[in-house]
Design a protein around this ligand. Sequence first.
Ligand code: ASP
Ligand code: MG
Length: 417
Amino acid sequence: MKVFKFGGAALRSAATIRNVASIIRQHQNTPLWVVVSAMGKTTNALERVVAAFLKHEDYHTEIQNIYTYHQQLIEELFTDTQTALAILDEHIRAIHSTLVCNKDEDEDEVYDQVVSMGEVLSSQLIHRFLMIEGFTVAWQDARNLIRTDSIFREGKVDWKITEMQIGKAKKETAASMVITQGFMGADEQHRTVTLGREGSDFSAAIIAAGLNAKSITIWKDVPGVMNADPKRLPAAVVFPELPYTEAAEMTYYGASVIHPKTIKPLALKNIPLWVKSFADPSLPGTVIHDCKVDGLLPVIVFKENQCLLSCKVTDFTFINEEQLSVIFQAISALNIKINVMQNSAISFSCCIDFRENKVMALIEKLQAQFEVYYNTNLTLITVKNYDEESFETYRKKPNVLLEQSSRSALQVLVKDL
Ligand code: ASP
Ligand code: MG
């Protein structure tokens, strides 16, 4: 049993979907579970629908755009479009009625019910296409597989129930191929709960772990895991293999090639993760597994849209553990993740993602006790496994606001120019 995951970029057009079908065809001899994202940029569009709805602005135009995009894709993909168009109509109606029926609900709950529709629609269209292409393929609702708590937009997985549900689905499915959705599960009341943006990689890992799969492959628009983003550093190279820990740390520092939560469930079950190019499947890609690699190249990660927050004590004392604990409690209560931190005699500074609402709420809390300063439009550059040359290059960057190094990583926070 293998698991494949295709993201929005692999499903953005009729041509790329045909390419996905041809990749699947080459792996027909092993039982396969395929996890799909919403097509193209549909998730962003659905987010705009929800945002407009909640602000009592026009959301119909954006729904119409989503309709037109899928309609065109269907017309290019199917010879007989009738069934696929009926699937599209049904989902567009469901988006409208979910919004209208949920006027008084929690905003995050409305978000999850509507935004997840992109994946449901995508999986049903792909399922239909694969059947027409002659595959024997079953469709599974991920909400019957992945059980979460009821924290909308960032559901936490109940591993025990999830494993049981996936095991049951595996037993009951006669087809050797299954298609299901990424990004979502359901809580105990069977309400849709999403796992956070870009969460489909994580879904695929959860499913692979539940199935005790032989391997999982995430098909991407890059040739594998690289030591830097090739758009920033054209000389970036692909790693043929990486240990789980190394890949997990790269995602922690902000490497966006795979979702940070993907590695753990796979490492615990020793399931190898392949990252391969959907545009050129003949390329070897990267395998992340239990291995030792000596002399890894420096890995350079750019994390944009950062904010540097500094809390200064106001009463001529030095910053102490009690004050640090106040700061950490405020940060943790808002579910904020610290990317780097540093303290001096009278101040504590930390670098966090700039999500305006959260940062403002944090500042308000901290201002009761500290003088608070902050800078935005920053990029955090991490050089992991640095060598002399990369260490010097990044330390000497202009506009460095904060610098920190350990035995294995150098981090510099720079102002965007
Ligand atoms: N469609 C969702 C997103 O764009 C989940 C995913 O693609 O991983 O965030
Ligand atoms: Mg994606």
